[in-house]
Ligand binder design. Structure first.
Ligand code: BGC
Length: 740
């Protein structure tokens, strides 16, 4: 018998005893009725009739609480066993109060803040009837061509695990029957971020050692944090699509990790196994059930074939019952059997959604997600009385503030940068001009604009747009250009082969610089971009991702110095596309590139480019400066099971109070499986007043020294370890210790 949830709840067991096979199969069916937010290419048909027939376990993407109430009425009043429905949704970075895109949020390195955003998302979503969230997305992504890098926490498994835990505990709280918490769903299990060539929905083939050490930890962290559900991914793993992969869904998830929630497929990923080449709908549905899938999203493969498979002996009743039990337990955890309407309370939306307090957290989260990449001549922060030319296609573009995957947010609530500047610096002189389109290619614009206009090509010619900007630029003291990607240039099915700033904006930037005025680039994107050219111009660059509902206010807070930026990159920024994949924990290899980065024949380097990135993982500046010194380690030799404490003195040596993310990297010098050059193993975000010095201590636990060896055992092997502490992954202060 396959490993199963051993949780037994008397109420669920007695219900299972009463259920017919059809009723059990009905619970495994998740539909989306349309009319709400489209998140896939097909919508379910005849949903009402299917609910009444007991053929539906849950719905997602339903437009309003009124509609959820109607659907719940059908389930609990018109079906034989009156089993309530689950209501799911993609609340990826906030519900109506949209927070920065997840890649931005992770750049705050502030787990309390990230948890708070998840708590608010849960409170708002449950006020509107949603009790199951398709988040967190914890896919490690090391290929910025992949558009969905925007939805996760970047490249690193240690940081990714911390974020996964913060989000799961934020959504679920410690009591799922609490009306302000909801089921979380860790996704996309697994390795979806490693799709070939950054092409969405593509294939993944990876060694188990790499998987366990680099890609699986955040999913496991979500499971360890008690996540109630998991979503299988679109890609295959070792040749078997995740949705039908028994090794993944049962051996790893349930047996090895002890997961006891339920597993849902991704949108029609069950049916897509036909295209993958695994057989017809009946065959792939049976495969998925036997692999450990509990719920089928939109595909209706379970609904239409499992009974036949049972009759033909291709699946067992026990397998169907097990899957059904997993779904019913989730409903029980939410308290839906006591009160199917507990999340449908008309008094809540008004008081819980998009409140002033929630917007304040969104503003704070956005400020903290920004990364200062460059501050030429310390131009930033600007005076609030400056004469500013505010230009660029994203400076006054309400449709591009919320970011990708914000289907529950409302574009009209987003504050533009122009509005934010006026709010925060009412005494400044601000002249605005668009300056350029986001891009000029109409076909590309059409591909991007599937959810509505994000790239709007003006009637004026590119020359006219440029001239308007240059005219106001010449009258101003300083130019702020808001440039980069439209929101839907990243996200699902939004991969790019070229990740630079589009040409027409590049031209604008060069012409602005040519005026000789100081130029600040406020850069928006859902991914790391290749910007070597812009970086080498005499400009300042503030990376703001897509900041969410409070975008303009938060950008203005930072530009005018009300908040001193503290974000650090959570994914490496390459110099060129050809360097991808690139990440800080790459292996050393047998023929490492020379430290000088000058090309050497027969070394692991490029003829035409350095190996190092433009901007390393963990990088980010502040308006102040920090000096690291006096690294200490409390033990030079340790035994298995012992911890090590590493401390440094951190001094704020600049002119502003500020926060710094102190990062600790570890290199396992000798071990049985080739080690990464260094790996993040600890961090602390600390606030220092100007002139202040603090001792910052980070503890390395016995777990932090472990890795998965060739037998996939999690072990720490004796030998030397080197520790590096600093403000990014190139940290140089170092000490070492020996594990005996
Ligand atoms: C996405 C998931 C999402 C689902 C439901 C899929 O296309 O991959 O992340 O949760 O749709 O909207």
């Amino acid at each position: 018998m396959m490993a199963q949830n051993d949780e037994r709840i008397p109420e669920v067991e007695s219900l299972l005893e009463k259920m017919t096979i059809d009723e059990k199969i009905g619970q495994l069916n998740l539909l989306t009725p349309g009319g709400g937010v489209a998140t896939g290419s097909v919508v379910s048909k005849n949903v009402e009739a299917k609910i009444k027939a007991g053929n539906v376990g849950g719905l997602f993407g339903v437009a309003s609480p009124e509609k959820m109430k109607m659907a719940q009425d059908l389930a609990v009043k018109e079906t034989r066993l009156q089993i309530p429905l689950l209501f799911g949704s993609d609340v990826i970075h906030g519900y109506k109060t949209t927070f920065p895109i997840p890649l931005g949020l992770s750049s705050s390195w502030d787990m309390e803040l990230i948890k708070k955003t998840a708590q608010i998302a849960a409170k708002e979503a449950t006020a509107d009837g949603i009790n199951w969230n398709f988040s967190p997305m914890v896919d490690i992504a090391r290929d910025p061509r992949w558009g969905r890098i925007a939805e996760g926490a970047g490249e690193d498994p240690y940081l990714g695990s911390a974020v996964a835990k913060a989000m799961v505990t934020g959504y679920q709280g410690d009591d799922l029957t609490d009306k302000e918490t909801m089921l979380a769903c860790v996704k996309h299990l697994a390795l979806y971020g490693a799709v070939e060539g950054g092409r969405d929905y593509n294939s993944v083939d990876m060694s188990k050692v790499k998987m366990f050490n680099q890609y699986l930890p955040p999913y496991k962290a979500a499971v360890d944090a008690g996540v109630a559900s998991a979503m299988s991914s679109f890609n295959d793993i070792d040749g078997v699509p995740a949705t039908g992969n028994k090794w993944l869904l049962t051996d790893l998830l349930r047996e090895r990790w002890g997961f006891n929630g339920f597993v849902v497929s991704d949108y029609t990923s069950l049916n897509e196994m036909i295209a993958h080449g695994l057989g017809d709908l009946q065959a792939v549905s049976a495969l998925a059930l036997k692999a450990g899938l509990d719920m089928d999203m939109v595909g209706e493969g379970f609904l239409s074939t499992l009974k036949k498979s049972l009759e033909e002996g291709k699946v067992t009743e026990e397998e169907i019952t097990n899957a059904c039990r997993n779904v019913l337990i989730a409903k029980h955890k939410l308290g839906l059997f006591d009160d199917p309407y507990r999340y449908i309370d008309s008094s809540r939306p008004k008081k819980d959604i998009l409140t002033k307090e929630n917007r304040e957290v969104a503003r704070k989260a956005a400020q903290r997600s920004f990364v200062l990449l460059k501050n030429e001549n310390n131009v930033l922060p600007l005076e609030k009385t400056s004469n500013i030319a505010l230009v660029g296609p994203l400076a006054d573009s309400r449709n591009n503030m919320l970011g990708t995957w914000a289907p529950t947010g409302d574009l009209k609530n987003g504050i533009t940068i122009l509005e934010g500047f006026k709010n925060v610096a009412p005494k400044a002189t601000i002249n605005y001009a668009k300056g350029s389109n986001i891009l000029n290619d109409k076909t590309l614009a059409k591909n991007i604009n599937v959810f509505g206009p994000r790239v709007e090509i003006s009637k004026e010619s590119p020359e006219e747009l440029l001239n308007e900007a240059l005219t106001i630029a010449k009258k101003s003291e300083v130019i702020v250009a808001v440039v980069g990607e439209a929101t839907e240039m990243s996200g699902e099915a939004a991969s790019r082969t070229e990740i630079s700033i589009p040409d027409t904006q590049k031209k604008l930037i060069k012409e602005l610089v040519a005026t000789g005025k100081p130029v600040v680039l406020v850069l928006m994107s859902g991914r790391p971009l290749t910007i070597p050219e812009e970086f080498n111009l005499p400009v300042s660059i503030l990376q703001v991702w897509h900041p969410g509902v409070e975008a303009g206010n938060a950008v203005a807070d930072v530009v005018f110095g009300d908040y001193n930026p503290s974000g650090k990159l959570t994914a490496t920024w390459p110099r060129s596309i050809g360097q991808i994949p690139i990440y800080h924990s790459m292996k050393i290899t047998g023929r490492p590139a020379p430290a000088s980065e000058e090309f050497q024949k027969f070394k692991s380097n490029y003829l035409d480019e350095k190996n190092s990135p433009l901007l390393p993982f963990g990088y980010g500046l502040s308006y102040t400066t920090f000096e690291y010194s006096d690294i200490k380690i409390n033990k030079e030799t340790i035994q298995q099971g012992e911890s090590v404490e590493v401390s440094v003195a951190l001094k704020n040596t600049g002119a502003y109070d500020g926060e710094e993310v102190v990062q600790l990297y570890l290199r396992d010098v000798v071990r049985s499986v080739t080690p990464p050059s260094r790996q993040l193993k600890g961090f602390k975000k600390v606030f220092l007043k100007k002139g202040e010095t603090k001792t910052v201590t980070i503890t390395l636990s016995p777990e932090d020294l472990k890795f998965y060896n060739s037998e996939l055992e999690f072990v720490a092997e004796p030998g030397k370890f080197e520790v590096f502490v600093g403000g990014n992954s190139n940290a140089t202060l170092t000490k070492s210790f020996v594990l005996e």
